[in-house]
Design a protein. Structure first.
Lengths: 490, 61, 203
C-alpha cells in the first residue's frame, strides 16, 4: 500500500510533486472517507424519507396509521437528514480535502477528525429520531433539538483548528479563492447555528422576531454554509479538471466579498407580507436583489473558464456534475432574486414554487457539486478507480433528469397554485385538486433521483472495497496504451 | 438588557471597524497585486496548466 | 497578522452586521409591544394560551402542522387572504406575543389557520376532520390522524365528545370516534385561534 519516497530513487521535481500530492491525499484518507461514507448513508436515509413524504402528499392514506411517519414528521426528518447528514458531511469532507490540497499540507489530527465524523453522525441520528418521535422544535430548518449545538460546535471547533493549522504552515504564498470561501463557511456555520439556537430558544428574541431569526438562519445555511463550500469546490475543480486557470481572478474575489456582504441580508424575503416591520422585509429584498452581483461575477467567470473546453463534459464525470451544479447556482440565484420582488412573491409565496426553488439550490446546485467532488476525491484517497462507468452515467442522468422534472413540475404547479389562491372565487379545495397531478410528477422525479442515489451508493460501496482498477498515482489519467507511471510499490 | 444591547452594538462596531482596517492594511501591503499568480497556484509541474485530470474510468465513451 | 485574520474578521463582521440588522433591531422595535385591552369583555388580547390549548399547541408542533398551514394573514391588496375569509384584518407582530416560537409557516398546501377557531367553531367538525379529512373536505390531501382517536362500536358509555362516523367512512357500522387527550388538546388549541378583533396598527 505504502507509496514511500524510498521506492523511487532520486525523484525528479515533478515526481516529487506527485509524491507530495499522494501523501496529502493519503493523510486525508481516514477522515474524508469517514465523512463521505456517512454522507452517502444519510443521502439514502433522506431519500427514503423524501419518497415517503412525497407519496403521502398525493396519497394521504399511505402509511397513515404510523404516527412516526406522518407527513409533518417525515418531511422535517427528510430535511434534517439531507441538510445536516448528507449535505454537511459531504461538505466537510470536501472542505478538509480542499484545504489540505490548497495549503499543500497533510491533514492534521488523524484521531480527532475521524472522531468528529462519528460524533456528527450520532448528532444527526439523534436529531432525525427526535423529529420522528415528535420532539421537533417546529422551526423550519432547525427542527433538531437545541442541545445538538454543543456537539456540532465541538466538531466544527476541531475542523476550524485543523484549517487554521494547515493554513498557518502553508507552502504557497498565495491564498487561492477557494480558501476564502472555505474560511467563510467554517466560521459562518457555527456562528449561525449557535446564535440561531440562542435567539430561538431563549428570550433573546421574542414572538414574531423569532420568525425573523428563523429565516435569517435558514437562508444563511444555504447562503453561508453550502454555497461557499460548493463554490470553493467549483473554483478548484473546474480549473483543475480542464487544466486551465480560472478566467479572471479579480472577478472571483469580487464575487466572494459581495456574497459575504449581501447574502446575509436576504433571509427575511421569506416573510414578505408577514407581520413584521416593512423596513425589515425591504432590507431582505434589497439584499436578495444585490445578490445579482456575486452571482453574475461567478457565472461569467466560470463560463469564460469553460469556454472552449465544454467537450470535456463528455469524458469527465466530475466535470459533468460540477458544471451542472454551477449552472444551477446561477439559475437558482436569479430565481431567488426575482422571487424576492413583492409582485412575484405575492404569487409564489406559500406555494410549491418555493419548494422547487429550495431543491434547485440544495440539490441541483450543491448536491450535484458534491457528487462531482466525491467522484474526483474518492479515487485519490483510496487509490482505486471507480469500478463502473455505466453506473456513473446512470447516476448522472437519473439525478439530472429527475431534478429537471421535479423543478419544472412544481414550479409550474406552484405558480398556477399561487395565482388561483389569489383569486378568492376559486374554492380552496379546487386548488388542492389542481396540484395533485404535479405532486405525482414530483414523486416520479423522486423515484428517478433515488435510483441515482442507489447507483451512487453502489459505486461508493465498491470504491470502499477498492473494487475498481488499482491506481498507483493520484490521478485518473491512466491510458491503457501508456505505461503506468512510477510511484507504486508493485 | 440595556447593557446587553450596548455590548452587542459595541462588538458589531468594533468588528466592522477592524474589517475595514484589515482590508486597508491588506491593500497597502499589496495582497491584491499578484492575482494571476494566485490563480495559477493550484497547478504545478506534475499537474500543469493544460493537463486534464479526470475522466470516466473505462475507455468506452 | 496574516491573511487568515483578514478573512476571519471580515467573515465574522458580515454575519454580526446582518444579525444586528435582521434580528436585534426588529427585536428592539417590537419588544415593548403588549396586549390590547378589550374593555367590553374585560380581557386583554391576544389571550395567552393555557390549559388544553397550551398543550394542544405542542401537539400542533410535534405533528408538523406548520409544513402545510400558515398562521399569518397577508394585508389587503397583497394576495386574497382577507377575501378568502382567513381573517378580518392582516396579522401584526402583536398577535404573536405569546407565541414561543411563532408558527407562521411558509406553505399553504392547506388553508391559513390564523383564525380557524372563528371560522370552524365546532369541535365535532375538527374531530371528524382530523380523523379523516375527506369526511369534511372532499378532495383534501391532508393526512388522516387516526392515531389521535379510539374507535368504538357501541353507544354504551361513550364520552360526551365522541362523534359518530358517517357510515361510508366506517369500516364497521356503527362507529364512534373518541378523541384521545392529544386530539382534545389539539382541537382546544385550534379553537383558540381567533384574531378577529381590532388592533391599532392594522386599522
Amino acid at each position: 500500500m505504502a507509496d514511500t519516497p524510498e521506492t523511487v530513487p532520486l525523484p525528479a521535481p515533478e515526481e516529487r510533486e506527485r509524491l507530495t500530492r499522494i501523501q496529502i491525499d493519503r493523510s486525508c484518507r481516514q477522515t474524508v472517507v469517514w465523512y463521505y461514507a456517512s454522507a452517502v448513508f444519510w443521502l439514502l436515509v433522506g431519500s427514503a424519507l423524501a419518497l415517503i413524504a412525497s407519496l403521502k402528499m398525493h396519497t394521504p392514506g399511505f402509511l397513515a396509521d404510523w404516527e412516526w411517519l406522518t407527513f409533518g414528521r417525515a418531511r422535517p426528518a427528510h430535511l434534517a437528514a439531507m441538510i445536516y447528514g448528507w449535505g454537511s458531511m459531504a461538505g466537510v469532507g470536501t472542505l478538509l480535502w480542499l484545504q489540505a490540497r490548497l495549503t499543500r499540507n497533510r491533514l492534521p489530527f488523524p484521531t480527532l477528525l475521524p472522531a468528529t465524523a462519528v460524533i456528527w453522525n450520532l448528532t444527526v441520528a439523534f436529531g432525525v429520531v427526535a423529529i420522528l418521535a415528535g420532539y421537533s422544535t417546529s422551526i423550519e430548518w432547525i427542527e433538531i433539538p437545541p442541545s445538538t449545538a454543543i456537539l456540532f460546535g465541538f466538531c466544527i471547533a476541531a475542523i476550524i483548528a485543523a484549517s487554521i493549522r494547515m493554513f498557518r504552515s502553508r507552502e504557497s504564498k498565495h491564498t487561492y479563492v477557494s480558501q476564502w470561501y472555505l474560511f467563510g463557511a467554517i466560521f459562518w456555520f457555527p456562528l449561525l447555528y449557535v446564535s440561531a439556537q440562542l435567539f430561538l430558544h431563549t428570550p433573546a428574541a421574542k414572538g414574531a422576531v423569532k420568525a425573523a431569526a428563523n429565516w435569517w438562519f435558514a437562508h444563511n445555511v444555504l447562503g453561508l454554509w453550502f454555497t461557499p463550500i460548493g463554490l470553493a469546490t467549483v473554483y478548484y475543480l473546474i480549473p483543475k479538471v480542464i487544466g486551465r486557470p480560472v478566467h479572471s481572478y479579480h472577478l472571483s474575489l469580487l464575487g466572494f466579498w459581495s456574497l459575504a456582504i449581501f447574502y446575509n441580508w436576504a433571509g427575511t424575503h421569506h416573510l414578505i407580507g408577514g407581520p413584521l416591520p416593512a423596513w425589515l422585509i425591504t432590507v431582505g429584498i434589497v439584499g436578495s436583489v444585490m445578490m445579482f452581483v456575486p452571482v453574475v461575477t461567478v457565472a461569467v467567470n466560470h463560463h469564460l473558464t469553460m469556454v472552449g473546453h465544454f467537450h470535456h463534459l463528455k469524458y469527465s464525470p466530475t466535470l459533468r456534475f460540477i458544471v451542472y451544479g454551477a449552472m444551477c447556482y446561477t439559475a437558482v440565484s436569479f430565481q431567488g432574486s426575482l422571487q424576492s420582488l413583492r409582485s412575484v412573491n405575492e404569487i409564489s409565496h406559500f406555494t410549491h414554487y418555493t419548494i422547487a426553488h429550495a431543491h434547485l439550490g440544495v440539490y441541483a446546485f450543491f448536491t450535484m457539486v458534491m457528487f462531482g467532488a466525491i467522484y474526483y476525491v474518492a479515487p485519490r484517497l483510496l487509490n482505486a478507480e471507480w469500478h463502473s462507468a455505466a453506473w456513473i452515467r446512470v447516476h448522472f442522468w437519473t439525478t439530472a433528469v429527475g431534478m429537471a422534472i421535479y423543478w419544472l413540475g412544481l414550479t409550474w404547479a406552484g405558480w398556477e397554485q399561487g395565482k388561483m389562491m389569489n383569486d378568492p372565487r376559486i374554492p380552496f379545495l379546487d386548488i388542492v385538486r389542481f396540484t395533485v397531478p404535479w405532486l405525482w410528477s414530483r414523486s416520479a422525479a423522486g423515484v428517478l433521483m433515488t435510483i441515482g442515489h442507489l447507483s451512487f451508493a453502489w459505486l461508493f460501496w465498491n470504491m470502499l472495497r477498492q473494487r475498481g482498477a488499482y491506481l498507483p498515482g493520484p490521478t485518473l489519467l491512466i491510458r491503457k496504451d501508456e505505461p503506468v507511471a512510477v510511484g507504486g510499490g508493485e | 438588557m440595556a447593557a446587553f444591547y450596548l455590548a452587542l452594538w459595541g462588538l458589531a462596531g468594533l468588528l466592522g471597524a477592524s474589517a475595514i482596517a484589515a482590508l486597508v492594511w491588506a491593500i497597502r501591503r499589496g495582497e491584491f497585486d499578484q492575482l494571476r499568480e494566485a490563480s495559477q497556484s493550484i497547478f504545478d509541474d506534475e499537474e500543469p496548466v493544460g493537463k486534464v485530470t479526470d475522466r470516466f474510468p473505462d475507455k468506452r465513451f | 497578522m496574516n491573511r487568515a485574520w483578514l478573512l476571519v474578521v471580515g467573515v465574522i463582521a458580515t454575519i454580526v452586521a446582518s444579525v444586528t440588522g435582521l434580528v436585534l433591531l426588529p427585536d428592539r422595535q417590537l419588544r415593548s409591544t403588549g396586549p390590547v385591552e378589550d374593555e367590553d369583555r374585560g380581557i386583554t388580547l391576544p389571550v395567552a394560551y393555557f390549559g388544553d390549548a397550551e398543550e394542544g399547541r405542542k401537539v400542533y408542533m410535534d405533528l408538523g402542522c406548520i409544513y402545510c398551514h400558515t398562521q399569518q394573514v397577508r394585508p389587503e391588496g397583497f394576495g386574497a387572504d382577507i377575501e378568502r375569509g382567513w381573517g378580518m384584518r392582516r396579522s401584526v407582530a402583536r398577535d404573536y406575543i405569546h407565541d414561543e416560537p411563532p408558527l407562521m409557516g411558509t406553505m399553504r398546501t392547506g388553508p391559513d389557520l390564523m383564525n380557524i377557531g372563528a371560522r370552524q367553531p365546532s369541535a365535532q367538525w375538527h374531530y371528524l376532520h382530523l380523523y379523516e379529512p375527506r369526511i369534511t373536505s372532499p378532495g383534501s390531501i391532508m393526512p388522516p390522524h387516526r392515531f389521535l382517536f379510539e374507535v368504538r362500536h357501541s353507544a354504551d358509555g361513550l364520552p360526551e365528545d365522541a362523534v359518530r362516523l358517517p357510515d361510508e367512512f366506517a369500516r364497521r357500522k356503527p362507529s364512534w370516534i373518541v378523541p384521545r387527550d392529544r386530539a382534545r388538546w389539539l382541537v382546544a388549541y385550534l379553537l383558540s385561534l381567533d384574531h378577529n378583533y381590532e388592533v391599532p396598527e392594522a386599522r
